[in-house]
Design a protein around this ligand. Structure first.
Ligand SMILES: [Zn+2]
Length: 105
């Protein structure tokens, strides 16, 4: 659990080997040390394959989680013109989202 500078809390999902998942699309990091937010809740401004930029796409609408959800819905529906929203097969999206417990209806 990370307490963010704006008073929210975020929970990052990390697998048993220490690799973190994107909290939006569930893609597993290639690098073990990678995190979208540091331990103080400050964003990395990295951009995931899903197109989500931590520190930008989550800005202005706390809590973070809702901005994740809103973005995730559009990403899953293939409605985004950037990232892999339109190109990643639904089966792969489902597989990723299952990893973070965020399967879409
Ligand atoms: Zn992502």
């Amino acid at each position: 659990m990370i307490n963010t500078p704006n008073g929210q809390t975020i929970e990052l999902i990390v697998d048993s080997k220490g690799f973190c998942f994107c909290p939006v699309c569930g893609e597993r990091a290639n690098v073990k040390v990678w995190r979208p937010y540091d331990k103080f809740g400050y964003p990395t401004y990295d951009i995931c394959s899903c197109g989500f930029e931590y520190g930008f796409d989550d800005g202005g609408e706390p809590p973070y989680e809702k901005s994740w959800e809103n973005y995730r819905t559009k990403w899953y529906a293939g409605e985004l013109d950037f990232g892999n929203s339109k190109t990643l097969p639904k089966s792969q999206k489902d597989q990723q989202l299952a990893q973070i417990g965020a399967l879409q209806e």
